[in-house]
Structure formats: structure tokens, C-alpha cells
Ligand binder design. Structure first.
Ligand code: SIN
Length: 525
């Protein structure tokens, strides 16, 4: 690889995880950020509700830790959660120093409440535009940092590994042009989630699972991929996008009603509308099924209109575009794919099992979210673990030690599943939309072994018959198929229901399954 451009750090992805890593790494050396769209074309930008941290009166990292562990349904790594919640307040202080304009009330930072938090601890900016404000603040600093080069509209197509270490990244320009490889002893994957694997998602077009696929194909382990979080409340209106309606609305008092107008969440959980996300998403799906597919309704119209429109200006304006006034009427909502709890397996210093290869943000998994992420912990995760990752590159971390996980304990599983799953009269044509339909129907809010096995077979067939690599479209579809396969295979293995993973054929949580599923390249044929 000699002769190719060399950087001290290469970072794939330009969401908050990638940009925070870039800014911290730039103090140590030269940094290249590779991003497949514009610098601010990322999932973080769409985070509305905010960022959770124990900074308020009566709060503490211990309380925040307890809420995170409770929401995670027994699969959070307690050490990782202690790091997240303990270092949360410092991460917020850095953002404030860098100029993120968090909303205030009476001169103090305003704190909102969201589902499964025992106390208000959600900082927000611009009302419901928190991700956008943080992203813009970091992007401005990155643009003016002399040590950072940003390569926009460029796809990372391969992580180069030489002598067992990360050595660089192969790329292809989005608009056509020659492939180029960049060298670096440190490669950081911060390419975000994979909501585009599903027919309905709150994620933007760029969220195609690239990071997790690239790392997996390079030989890194992935973990917890069966846990995909479905946000309970996305706009559900013909002709409108699947737009996120923040959980913070329920934190401010919005209530969910079924199609007949009856509030229903108290039937499902003692915390009612502020129950954990997985519970609310399944409750809405159940109510929708009972009403023959009609949307549930999110109603905040009982609060003063001016309060609602100033607290949620983005949501207010977006709904107005589609003829809905959230201050006057309930809004039709349904669950949509939102957040990937699993990802590239890292330890609490952002290290994968491949020396020199690191990961952070939604693409990574330190088991900090377990089986169900607590609302607004994701932005905090990006900040805390990107900082630790840069520390680790300086040799400031102990031995690599990821959360314990099981690998391939169930190789005989397929033999135990019904034969009818093997019969598939017509295999749909390979393509993005058919993949999204397949995942929505078979690996969505409710799964079962038969449909998962059928999906695994179709995905395998699509993967085996891919044309030769040539274009950006090829690489993106390859990544989507890889990430989808990882979700389906992990969901097939986990024969229980826990957190966001619900199996109709194994509806109970089982103590035997209180363990992580880890997959690596040899596991998928
Ligand atoms: C929301 O505002 O409801 C989404 C924030 C998150 O996913 O934590």
C-alpha cells in the first residue's frame, strides 16, 4: 500500500460519533473523514428528543445507570453502562464549551422527560432539533480544523487489513471515478445504523448498515444484531414521510389513543405512555392489528397550543406541511425502525478484536443498550465512547476486554425448524425495496422461526448471486444484505423474547438466553 495517501486516523462516517472522534483525534495527528453524502447527511441529525445525562437536581449517574440497565432487559454490560452514565456530565460540559445551544429555562438547562427515565434528564436544543444543533456545531469546528480532511460523497468499500492489523480503507467516489485507497494505522467505524433495511424507518437514506458490514467483512465480530429498536411513534399518513414524532412529546404529556380514540397504554404497562420503547411499539402494533390496520393516534392537543409549537417546532412545522395541526388534533402514528442496538463488537475503549480497528456510535456495540435502548442515550453513547477510543489509540487503555458473548452455540438449530420454511415458491427479485419488505415482514416487531429461516435463505441466495463489484450501488446493496443477514441469523438463534426482539414462537424471556450472540465471518456461509 505504499505510495497511497497516509493519515494518522481514518474515520468512516460523519455523524456526531465520527465528528467528535475527528475533533479529538486532530489534537494527535492528521485525520481523514470519509462520508458517503454531505458532511451533515447522517442519522444523528434527526435525533429530536435530546441527549440524556445526569446533570439535574436529584439525579445521579447511579440513577441514570439503573434506568439504563432496567430498560436493557438484562443484556446491558454493567461496566459499559457505568462508563456511559458516569462520563455523561463531562461530555455535556464539552458540548457546552464548544457552543451547543442547549435550551434553558430560568437561566438553567431545561431537562425533559422520556420513557423509562425515572427523572427528567433529557437536554434538548432548538426544542426538538437536538441532533441537528450538535451536528452543526461539530461540523463547523471540523471544517475549520487544519488537521482534518473531509472526503464527502465517497464510499468506503473495504477495510484493508495487513498482518492482522487495520491498515487503511479502499474507497469509491459516489459520482463515479477511480477507486482510491488511503493508509492509516487507525481506522474508526462510525457509519451509523441500518434503518433503511426496513420498509418503514425514521432513518435517512444513508443509513444502510455500511459500518457493521465493512467491519464484519474485514473479520471483526458483531454482537446483539437481533435487537433492532422500533420507535413507537412515526407519522403514518399516506404520501408523507415516516417522520419521527419524538418520545419527548409523551414526556410533556401527550397520550396514545387507539383508532377509536381510547387511551390504551395503561392496559399494557404500569408506566403507561412512558413505558419502555419496545413495550409501547408492540402495544401500538397490537392495537393497530385489532383495528384492522388503522393507525394509533398521538394526542398532545390538550396542552396549550403555544407551548406545544414552541417546544416542538420541527414536528409542528413538518405536520403542518401535511395538513395536520398537532395543537388541535391527534396525529396518526405507527412504529418504524429506528435504532440498531447491536453492531461491531467493541470493548469499553472502542476497540474491536482487530488491532487498529475501532468503532463507536450506532455502528458499534459495547452492550451499553442491551436489548432495548433507553431513550436519548444514543447521542451520549457517541460522545463518551468516541472520546475513550481516542484515548485508547494513545495507549491509555488496559487489555482489550469486550463483553462476554456466545458464538455459534446453535449450529444445529436449522434442523429443528419446520421444513415448510425451506419451500419458497417464488423468490422475490433482489433489490432494495424487496429487501425492505422482507425485513419489515419477517424480521420486524414480531418474528418467528419459520419466517426468519425463509428470510435467511432468500438473503443467502441474493448474496450468492450478486454481480461482480463495480459500482457504489453494488457496495451499498452488499452492505445492506450483509447487515440484514446478521440481523436475521441472530434473531433466528435467539429462541426467546427479550427487549426489542419478540418471537411469536418463543414469547417468554428465558434465563438461559441471558447472553449475547456474537457472529463472525466464518459463521455465515
Ligand atoms: C426521540 O426523540 O423520540 C428519539 C430520540 C432517541 O431515539 O433516543
Amino acid at each position: 500500500m505504499t505510495g497511497q495517501p497516509r493519515y494518522d486516523y481514518i474515520i468512516i462516517g460523519s455523524g456526531i460519533a465520527g465528528l467528535n472522534t475527528a475533533l479529538l483525534a486532530a489534537a494527535q495527528g492528521s485525520v481523514l473523514v470519509i462520508t458517503k453524502g454531505r458532511i451533515d447527511d447522517c442519522n444523528s441529525r434527526y435525533a429530536q428528543g435530546g441527549i440524556a445525562a445526569a446533570i439535574g437536581p436529584g439525579d445521579s449517574p447511579t440513577l441514570h445507570r439503573r434506568d439504563t440497565l432496567d430498560a436493557g432487559a438484562g443484556l446491558c454490560d454493567p461496566d459499559a453502562v457505568a462508563v456511559l452514565t458516569g462520563q455523561g456530565p463531562d461530555s455535556i460540559a464539552s458540548l457546552i464549551r464548544w457552543g451547543v445551544p442547549f435550551d434553558t429555562i430560568h437561566g438553567q438547562i431545561a431537562l425533559g422527560r422520556e420513557g423509562a427515565h425515572s427523572i427528567p434528564r433529557i437536554l434538548h436544543a432548538g426544542g426538538d432539533a437536538t441532533g441537528q444543533h450538535i451536528e452543526d456545531t461539530l461540523a463547523d469546528r471540523v471544517r475549520s480544523a487544519p488537521n482534518i480532511t473531509v472526503l464527502e460523497y465517497t464510499h468506503a468499500t473495504r477495510i484493508c487489513v495487513a498482518d492482522g492489523r487495520a491498515a487503511g480503507v479502499a474507497t469509491l467516489p459516489a459520482g463515479g471515478g477511480a477507486a482510491q485507497t488511503y493508509r492509516s494505522p487507525v481506522v474508526v467505524i462510525s457509519a451509523g445504523g441500518a434503518g433503511q433495511l426496513y420498509r418503514y424507518t425514521t432513518n435517512p437514506e444513508v443509513a444502510t448498515g455500511d459500518g457493521v458490514a465493512l467491519a464484519f467483512l474485514a473479520g471483526a465480530d458483531v454482537m446483539d444484531m437481533e435487537f433492532y429498536q422500533f420507535h413507537p411513534t412515526a407519522l403514518w399518513l399516506a404520501g408523507a414521510p415516516t417522520f419521527l414524532l419524538s418520545e419527548a412529546m409523551r414526556g410533556e404529556g401527550a397520550i396514545l389513543r387507539n383508532a377509536a380514540g381510547r387511551p390504551f397504554m395503561a392496559d399494557y404497562h404500569p408506566l403507561a405512555d412512558l413505558a419502555p420503547r419496545d413495550v409501547v411499539a408492540r402495544a401500538i402494533a397490537a392495537e393497530m392489528e385489532q383495528s384492522g390496520g388503522q393507525a394509533a393516534l398521538l394526542d398532545i392537543s390538550h396542552l396549550p397550543g403555544a407551548t406545544v409549537s414552541s417546544r416542538f417546532p420541527t414536528i409542528y412545522a413538518e405536520c403542518r406541511r401535511y395538513g395536520l395541526d398537532i395543537t388541535q388534533q391527534p396525529i396518526p402514528v405507527a412504529p418504524a425502525a429506528h435504532y440498531m442496538m447491536g453492531g461491531v463488537r467493541i470493548d469499553t475503549w472502542g476497540r474491536t478484536g482487530i488491532p487498529g480497528l475501532y468503532a463507536c456510535g450506532e455502528a458499534a456495540c459495547a452492550a451499553v443498550h442491551g436489548a432495548n435502548r433507553l431513550a436519548s442515550n444514543s447521542l451520549l453513547d457517541t460522545l463518551v465512547f468516541s472520546r475513550r477510543l481516542v484515548d485508547a489509540t494513545l495507549g491509555n487503555a488496559p487489555e482489550y476486554a469486550p463483553a462476554e458473548g456466545d458464538r455459534d452455540r446453535d449450529r444445529d438449530l436449522r434442523a429443528t425448524l419446520p421444513n415448510r420454511a425451506m419451500v419458497c415458491a417464488t423468490v422475490p427479485e433482489r433489490g432494495r425495496e424487496n429487501l425492505q419488505d422482507l425485513m419489515w415482514r419477517n424480521a420486524g416487531i414480531a418474528r418467528n422461526g419459520t419466517r426468519l429461516l425463509l428470510s435467511a435463505r432468500i438473503l443467502n441466495l441474493w448474496q450468492r448471486t450478486m454481480p461482480p463489484p463495480a459500482t457504489v450501488a453494488y457496495f451499498e446493496l452488499r452492505n445492506m444484505l450483509t447487515a440484514a443477514r446478521l440481523i436475521v441469523e441472530s434473531a433466528l438463534q435467539r429462541r426467546e423474547s427479550r427487549g426489542a426482539h419478540y418471537r411469536e414462537d418463543f414469547a417468554e424471556t428465558s434465563a438461559e438466553w441471558r447472553r449475547h450472540i456474537v457472529l463472525s465471518r466464518g459463521d455465515l456461509t
